[in-house]
Ligand binder design. Structure first.
Ligand SMILES: Nc1ncnc2c1ncn2[C@@H]1O[C@H](COP(=O)(O)OP(=O)(O)O)[C@@H](O)[C@H]1O
Ligand SMILES: [Mg+2]
Length: 220
């Protein structure tokens, strides 16, 4: 699928609007996110909460501070770029807030957030999102930004993000996690999610029958 502006949302590759990969650790979420990003033809910014994904993302330029990132994107905005942001020192929320503001200011990109549950929570008030991230979730389409995020615990992610997201759900085991996705993906799919094999996810697109995707035999 080409890059463009479709149904009021910025599209690149298979990604448009808000996208959420959720499921157990080690089941292939970040790998699949990297694959989906590799299909994009325009700009991609990957916020690496754990600062450990550089080997999975060859060709990405790494930034550790907002200043140099802004300088780089001022020059490259609108073009194809691959940026990895690693918040190695200092406060994680401060880094994320600064990066979200830069993403909003520059526009025209897929914003990928690994382990989004670490960046959401009641410390941000009732929305569970920092102000700058809330703005991107709700108004990102106006600046041509779409978002993809991963999380292990769906209950740790802001409802305002999840409710509007296209879900890719990997196996979930504990009842609290299953209950947390049931409302958004449909009660009738919960049993399937409980029994998914490793590396396989249920892709839930609004108004369509969910399909199982991914397999254990891909060569990485
Ligand atoms: N489809 C797949 N087939 C085989 N191995 C995979 C597949 N997807 C991921 N892996 C491997 O499984 C491990 C965990 O994947 P990762 O994407 O980090 O999981 P998660 O983000 O869900 O914790 C990695 O070593 C990765 O290379
Ligand atoms: Mg991961």
């Amino acid at each position: 699928m080409a890059r463009g502006f479709i149904d009021g949302e910025y599209q690149d590759g298979e990604l448009r609007g808000l996208n959420f990969l959720v499921g157990r650790r080690g089941y292939g979420k970040t790998t699949e996110m990297a694959r989906l990003l590799s299909l994009c033809t325009g700009g991609v910014l990957f916020f690496d909460v754990l600062s450990k994904h550089a080997p999975m993302l060859p060709g990405y330029i790494i930034f550790f501070e907002p200043g140099p990132l802004l300088k780089y994107l001022r020059v490259n905005r609108g073009r194809r770029f691959r940026v990895l942001y690693q918040p190695r020192q200092g406060n994680l929320d401060d880094h994320f807030q600064a990066v979200c503001k830069i993403v909003r200011a520059c526009g025209w990109m897929i914003f990928a957030v690994d382990e989004l549950d670490k960046l959401c929570g009641s410390r941000h008030g009732s929305s569970w999102m920092s102000v700058a991230f809330y703005d991107l979730v709700n108004y990102g389409r106006h600046c041509r930004v779409s978002i993809i995020a991963t999380a292990r615990r769906p209950q740790g992610v802001a409802a305002g993000f999840k409710a509007e997201s296209e879900y890719r759900v990997y196996r979930l085991k504990d009842q609290a996690a299953l209950d947390a996705v049931a409302k958004d993906v449909g009660e009738e799919n919960v049993e399937r999610i409980r029994n998914l094999p490793k590396y396989v996810y249920l892709h839930c697109i609004e108004d369509e029958e969910p399909i199982e995707r991914g397999n254990a035999s891909i060569t990485l």
